[in-house]
Design a protein around this ligand. Structure first.
Ligand code: PEP
Ligand code: MN
Length: 340
């Protein structure tokens, strides 16, 4: 349920509404929009009396949210959520490009690729310190050492970091270094991890599960929002289908479907979505054309030598070429790519 109030309502009126919500054993979420202020209610709704709220000061309307996901829905908030990182934003007109290797492999490797990407105007570096691998015998990431190198890159080169939190026991450690906490496809329905990330004051990049529907992705985002962390970026990264020509099937339908149903920003990961490097540029462009707010792309200085996902990683030259095309395409879909 949603209580609509005037954006300029006196603080005392807003607090009174929130207090009444809490008295029913529910949680009140304050969601300011461009013209209205919404108080979203989550929790056991049975006892809530709609009419009682309608009689309270500054309350204009009480609306039932029909979707299963509430806080992340467009019904709850009509305006796009824009996350401001200071120097870069996502969810508005700007395209956010996150690039880097699948994993941190060594201090030299991460500094070299970070330097190359910074030179191209990239502001967000991706690289896993903890890697979820299908085989327990594959490279699992440098773990704490990897985080340490990412912290050094951040300090010395001023790049923002995107890295994955694999579990609750390393979440806080990851959150200390990263600017965006990545929750991977395999953890999309790890509800306790989602709730814990929801308690942190740090944006979360939530990747769609390998076999998850868009609704399940949005319900997982709801777990994070339910803990009052509303800075969530959704990521389409390909799903399992009967098709074997590519690693996954990039479901670009998800982009306009999510944009219609949720106010959260959506990015696309064509690297995992396709799994083969020469198909990454066309699908990256298609993602922008479909209305994505950004891209996350694997780029390695020497893909053939990469310890993970080299086959789908772009070399710097190909990536730079792609950036030029993205910049040209962006205005057609009312976006801009700022590489300064
Ligand atoms: C990754 O980004 O390297 C990764 C493991 O992604 P996903 O969780 O989408 O498989
Ligand atoms: Mn990868």
């Amino acid at each position: 349920m949603l209580i609509m109030m005037d954006l300029n309502s006196p603080r005392a009126d807003i607090e009174a509404v929130k207090k009444r919500v809490v008295s029913f054993g529910c949680t009140a979420h304050e969601i300011p929009g461009a013209i209205k202020l919404a108080i979203g209610i989550t929790g056991p709704m049975e006892a809530i009396n709609k009419d009682e709220f309608l009689l309270m000061k500054s309350v204009e309307d009480v609306v039932r949210v029909t979707k299963k996901f509430k806080l992340v829905s467009r019904e709850m908030k009509n305006d796009n959520t824009i996350i401001d990182f200071g120097g870069a934003k996502i969810g508005g007109n700007e395209l956010l490009i996150i690039a880097g290797p699948c994993a941190v492999e060594s201090r030299e490797q991460i500094f070299e690729i970070a330097g190359i990407l910074k030179e191209m105007g990239i502001k967000f570096l991706r690289a896993g310190a903890y890697k979820p691998r299908s085989s327990p015998y594959s490279f699992q990431g440098l773990k704490e050492k990897g985080l340490e190198y990412l912290a050094d890159v951040k300090k010395e080169l001023g790049l923002k970091i995107v890295t994955e939190a694999l579990n609750s026991s390393t979440l806080n450690q990851v959150a200390e270094v990263t600017d965006i906490i990545q929750i991977g496809a395999r953890n999309m329905q790890n509800f306790s991890l989602l709730e814990e990330a929801g308690k942190l004051n740090k944006p979360v990049l939530l990747k769609r599960g390998l076999s998850a529907t868009v609704e399940e992705l949005l319900l997982s985002a709801e777990y994070i929002a339910s803990q009052k962390n509303y800075n969530i970026i959704l990521c389409e990264r390909g799903i399992r289908t009967f098709e074997t020509a590519t690693r996954n099937t990039l479901d670009l339908n998800a982009v306009p479907v999510i944009k219609k149903n949720s106010h959260l920003p959506v990015i696309v990961d064509p690297s995992h979505g396709v799994g083969i490097n020469d198909k990454v540029p066309p699908m990256a462009l298609a993602s922008v054309a479909a209305g994505a707010d950004g891209l996350i792309i694997e780029v390695h200085q020497n893909p053939k030598e990469a310890l993970s996902d080299g086959y789908q990683s772009l070399d710097p030259k190909t990536f730079k070429n792609l950036l030029t095309k993205i910049k040209e395409l962006a205005p057609i879909v009312d976006k801009e790519l700022n590489l300064k």
